[in-house]
Every structure is written in C-alpha cells, then in structure tokens.
Design a protein around this ligand. Sequence first.
Ligand code: DHB
Ligand code: MG
Length: 221
Amino acid sequence: MSKDLWNAIDEKYLDLIVKPDPRFEQIQQNCVEAGLPTISISNIHGRLFELLVKVMGAKYILEIGTLGGFSTAWFATGLPFGGKLISLELDPERATLARQNLNLFEFKAKVEIWVGDAIHNMTEMAKIDQPPFDLIFIDGKKSQYPDYLELAVKLSHTGTLIIADNVVKHGWVMNDEITTESQIGITKFHEMVAADPKLEATVFQTVGEKGHDGFSFILVS
Ligand code: DHB
Ligand code: MG
C-alpha cells in the first residue's frame, strides 16, 4: 500500500461519484494563494460530512477552527433551509478569507464566523443558554481538544454528534512516548471520552490525499 495508490483512489472516486462543485477548488486555490497551510479536510471527507448533516437532519452546527472555510462549506452544503452554522476562528485574517470564500455560495447567509478564542466563545455560549448544536466539528488546536470536548458536551443535546479531526495523525498514537502538546491533548481527549458514560464513540482511520489520519465520532446521550 502506498500513498500514491491512496491518492489515486481518492481521485478516482472524486471524479466518478463526489464530483465536487468547482467552488471547492476555488476555495482551495484562494487558501494556497493566501499562504495558508494545506491542512483542510479532503473533498472525499467533505462529502461524508455533507451526507452526515443530511442523514441526521442537523440544523445547527458548530465548527471549531475555520481556517479558509473549506470544511465549513461542506457542512453548510448539507444544511436545510433555516439551518445555521457557527464557525470559530482565532485568526482575523483567516476569518476574512473564509468569509470571502463562503460568499461564493448561496448558503452564505446560513454561516457565521466568530473571530476570537474558541474556548472563550464556547464558554460564553454555554453561559447564555445558547440552543444546543446538533453537530460539532472539532478541528482547532490539538492541545486544546480536551477543553473543546468539555465545552462541546455542554453545548450538546441527546443525539448530538461530535466529530474530531486529526486524531490519528501519522499514527503517533502508537508511539511509546507521547510528548508534544498536540499528542498530549489528543490522548487526554480520548481518555475523557472513555470516562464519560454519556459518550459513545469510535475512531475511524483514514488514508488518502491527506495521508494516514482519522476522525473520532462521538454520540452524546
Ligand atoms: C494538520 C492537519 C489538520 O487537519 C489540522 O487541523 C492541523 C494540522 C497537519 O497536518 O499538521
Ligand atoms: Mg484538521
């Protein structure tokens, strides 16, 4: 198994069945031109998220970590009339670019990008009795995943799906020594999931154009 084969398979099914709207390519190009790291989800996974939103009938989505708005656009594509997505981004320049990117789509009115510290904003949301979200995508700083999880659960209802990105990155979860802040954060995140009887979860490994990585899928009861 090689990365070339994974890429080729992603491309094959991207062309055959996903057939993404060309505006997704435009977002990626705008992000590259703005010098953003190419760490967005793939189109293959974007379609999975769009389908999950549709299958769940999710109307209210929270995203932690907007970057250039690429995953934001895939989630928003799945939203019904009256649906809403709030995406949290620390960096104002990234938020501005993401807004420009999302303006390419008809669903732009359904998306709000909040600039600032996600933990602060989620804490405020929890205080003001913000209605709970149906789906929460965690893709911010890996060292802060435990804090995001705690707040995400507070902002959930029975049946909320929490998805966390990059939980397998390079397979380092199997290293004997977990030393970086990201590794520590993601390890603690899963220990918290394991310890909370309200959370039912799995980890889904992925290969493809993003290399070897994975998502956690966590159902709140
Ligand atoms: C990386 C990938 C991501 O999706 C992310 O959210 C952060 C970092 C990476 O490959 O380094
Ligand atoms: Mg990510």
